[in-house]
Ligand binder design. Structure first.
Ligand code: C2E
Ligand code: CA
Ligand code: CA
Ligand code: CA
Length: 274
């Protein structure tokens, strides 16, 4: 009835207010969180076909004083809206390079970059400084960039990408397949790697459509001389399917969850993760 509708609407409104309030509180907390040392990095192995560790992806964690861990899916968008992503992104990059410098020299680190960092900071300068400060070889640093960076591929963004390449770091196109006109980026911009989004991996091996898309991505990338990584590999069946399609590297809970820095360091001593 009409009455219920109004109640339902009011209930919805109250819930909205609560959510907006919670977001506001969280973004206030976010500003002080860096100074209070509440961020830390976890590292998830990226493995070769025979499950040897090629590198780790750095994934930021926020140990909120009252809420325990807050997911980056929740606070990264907030950090982007509020601008906190600039100092936070700088901390992440320096911390990741410093940690990786302590690993064996054939193990690399992948760091996620926000499009905001491209627009509002001098990334090439920051990357050079993080490399110099840590002593990490540039070839051991991979920068993960999502397609959204190219929604406005301004001359400034292209120049920044070119400078990053000159530094000798690797560029990796993250969440591949979730954006649009991806294929043209592959041709125009020199990426070393693409990461197939876990939404495609999830339905393997049984879903014909996903398998066809994954096969096409792998074939194309391989012919363009790029390395293909599949994300979100959780099952043995997915692993087998991806390898049969020619995928070069794998990442997912099947091998390891993201782990704290100390644990990542000891994983590098293992022969393989299977
Ligand atoms: P992403 O870059 O696509 O990172 C992969 C996400 O998938 C991570 O979630 C990881 O923990 C999760 N994952 C890994 N293996 C599996 C699996 O087998 N199954 C499933 N279901 N999930 C798996 P996380 O750590 O919660 O990060 C979420 C997103 O937040 C990241 O997605 C990235 O977009 C962003 N993010 C995380 N750390 C950073 C960072 O340091 N900087 C920036 N700018 N963004 C970050
Ligand atoms: Ca990533
Ligand atoms: Ca991804
Ligand atoms: Ca993602």
């Amino acid at each position: 009835t009409k009455g219920e509708g109004r109640n339902g609407y009011r209930f919805y409104e109250a819930e909205m207010d609560e959510r907006i309030e919670a977001r506001r509180a969280l973004s206030t907390d976010l500003w002080g969180a860096l100074d209070r040392n509440e961020f830390l990095l976890h590292f998830q192995p990226i493995v070769t076909k025979d499950a040897r560790i090629r590198g780790f992806e750095a994934l930021v964690r926020w140990k909120h004083p009252k809420r325990d861990f807050v997911s980056p899916a929740e606070f990264i968008p907030l950090a982007e809206e509020t601008g906190v992503i600039i100092p936070l992104g700088e901390w992440i990059l320096r911390q990741a390079c410093a940690t990786a410098a302590g690993w064996p020299s054939d193990v690399s680190v992948a760091v996620n970059l926000s499009p905001i960092q491209f627009r509002h900071s001098d990334l090439p300068l920051l990357v050079r400084s993080a490399l110099e400060e840590s002593g990490l070889a540039p070839s051991r640093l991979e920068l993960e960039i999502t397609e959204s960076v190219f929604l406005e591929a301004t001359p400034a963004i292209k120049a920044a990408l070119a400078k990053l390449r000159e530094l000798g770091v690797r560029l990796s196109l993250d969440d591949f397949g979730t954006g649009y006109s991806s294929l043209s980026y592959l041709r125009r911009l020199a990426f070393d790697k693409i990461k197939i989004d876990q939404s495609f991996v999830r339905d393997l091996p049984h879903e014909q459509g996903s398998a066809a898309i994954v096969r096409a991505i792998i074939d194309l990338a391989t012919s363009l001389n790029m390395t293909v990584v599949a994300e979100g590999v959780e099952t043995e069946a997915q692993r087998r399917c991806l390898l049969s399609l020619g995928c070069h590297e794998l990442q997912g809970y099947l091998f390891s969850r993201p782990v704290p820095a100390e644990e990542a360091g000891s994983l590098t001593n293992r022969q393989g993760l299977r």
